[in-house]
Write a protein that binds this ligand. Structure first.
Ligand SMILES: *Cc1c(COP(=O)(O)O)cnc(C)c1O
Length: 397
């Protein structure tokens, strides 16, 4: 069913085929309904049948789909103005995915370095990081599972432990070619790993001190996921550069690299480009998402429902011995267990809720930003019950 002889064998697919979406419910070929608490991996923030989103995409398909960046694209300008207004950034480069948005950041950092006379510019990246699967992004990523078999990697990346500001300072002081730090505000694929509250602010200060760019990967944390439009807004700082993608287009492929200040002036004509990036259709989709986030107060909803789910889970799992932590921000929530818990994905699906597991032992919940109280409570009920049963099972072994 879900597997195929004609598709490259790149995915371990779960044996279910969805054929339709209604709000944040997915319906399989047999008509069974599932509450989608994974949102196509933190993508479909409005769910699967949002009226405003559908109308915007339908109207734009009928008007103009693609012209290329040979010409002006008014909707690109409109979307960039909205994004800059929400973020405090100055300029935007549009692309088609998270990995591509990170490639733009990496290239921008290197050009910044060369402009300072540094021939082999270095970028500091983190242990446990995930930045995508293209060669630059894959080099910045830190995972045997993702990297094995793909050497040689790129030069110029220096790795330090996540959430360790002293390690960053030490790395900067022992090299004279470091030009940027690239970091996720919360590590997503790494297991919903949260740094201490001051980490990004401390990184900002270090970068200022050493004339380096602070580059954030907000591919997963961006677009309202953590209750602010971008996660760095919890810290009241501005990065120099940031990437985003996943939730930006609610499932229509679009990514973006945003920059402010001098970082926004680095790319000049010919330096970077993409055929599809920022098409009228992609921009119309993303504009509809931002309009919905604003009109429906979804940042606040993500904060309130996120707290509700986190609190509900914490309460019910408080004395569950094998639960190491319930954590997250807004509607990006992780439950860390002390052993691999991939089995819970299937058990949860059988109970009608779609979740996934990151880093082997962390249940990841990234439901749509418009989830309501009743369905938040349903997630709390079902997931806490499954985790408790999983405990008993684990203890018996
Ligand atoms: C998903 C993700 C990426 C890669 O995005 P793609 O669109 O799959 O290329 C990069 N960084 C982070 C933090 C992500 O979560």
């Amino acid at each position: 069913m879900a597997g195929s002889q004609v598709l490259m064998n790149t995915y371990n697919r779960i044996p279910v085929d969805f054929v339709r979406g209604e709000g944040y419910w997915l319906i399989d070929a047999e008509g069974k309904r599932y509450l989608d608490a994974i949102s196509g991996i933190a993508v479909c923030a409005l769910g699967h049948s949002h009226a405003g989103f559908i109308k915007a995409v339908q109207d734009q398909v009928a008007t103009l789909v693609h012209t290329s960046n040979l010409y002006g694209v008014p909707l690109q300008k409109q979307l960039a103005e909205k994004l800059c207004g929400m973020s405090g950034m100055d300029r935007v480069f549009f692309c088609n995915s998270g990995a591509e948005a990170n490639e733009a950041q990496i290239k921008l950092a290197r050009m910044f370095g060369h402009s300072k006379g540094i021939n082999v510019p270095g970028i500091i990246v983190m242990e446990g990081a995930f930045h995508g699967r293209t060669m630059g992004a894959l080099t910045a990523t830190h995972s045997n599972r993702h990297q094995n078999g793909f050497a040689p990697f790129l030069d110029g990346f220096y790795r330090v432990p996540f959430n360790d500001i002293a390690a960053v300072a030490k790395m900067i002081n022992s090299h004279d070619n470091i030009v940027a730090v690239l970091v996720e505000p919360i590590q997503g694929e790494g297991g919903v790993v949260m740094p201490s509250a001051d980490y990004l602010t401390d990184l900002r200060h270090l970068c200022d001190e050493h004339d380096m760019l602070l580059m954030l990967d907000e591919v997963q944390t961006g677009n309202g996921r953590t209750g602010r439009y971008f996660a760095y807004q919890h810290n009241n700082i501005l990065p120099d550069v940031l990437s985003t993608a996943k939730g930006l287009g609610n499932g229509f492929p679009i990514g973006a690299c945003l920059a402010q200040g001098r970082a926004a002036e680095i790319f000049q004509p010919g330096h970077h480009a993409t055929t599809f990036g920022g098409s009228p259709l992609a921009c119309a989709a993303a504009l509809a998402v931002i309009d919905a986030i604003v009109a429906e107060n979804l940042l606040e909803n993500a904060t309130v429902m996120g707290d509700r789910i986190k609190f509900g889970l914490s309460l019910r799992l408080k004395d569950a011995a094998h639960v190491k932590a319930v954590r997250g921000k807004g509607l990006m929530i992780g439950i860390e267990l002390d052993s691999p818990c991939g089995d819970l994905v299937g058990q949860s699906r059988a109970r009608g809720i779609l979740i996934n597991v990151a880093s082997g032992n962390v249940i990841r919940l990234v439901p749509p930003l418009n989830i309501n109280e009743a369905d938040s409570d349903l997630i709390i009920e079902v997931i806490s019950e499954l985790v408790r049963d999983f405990q008993q099972h684990g203890e018996g072994q």
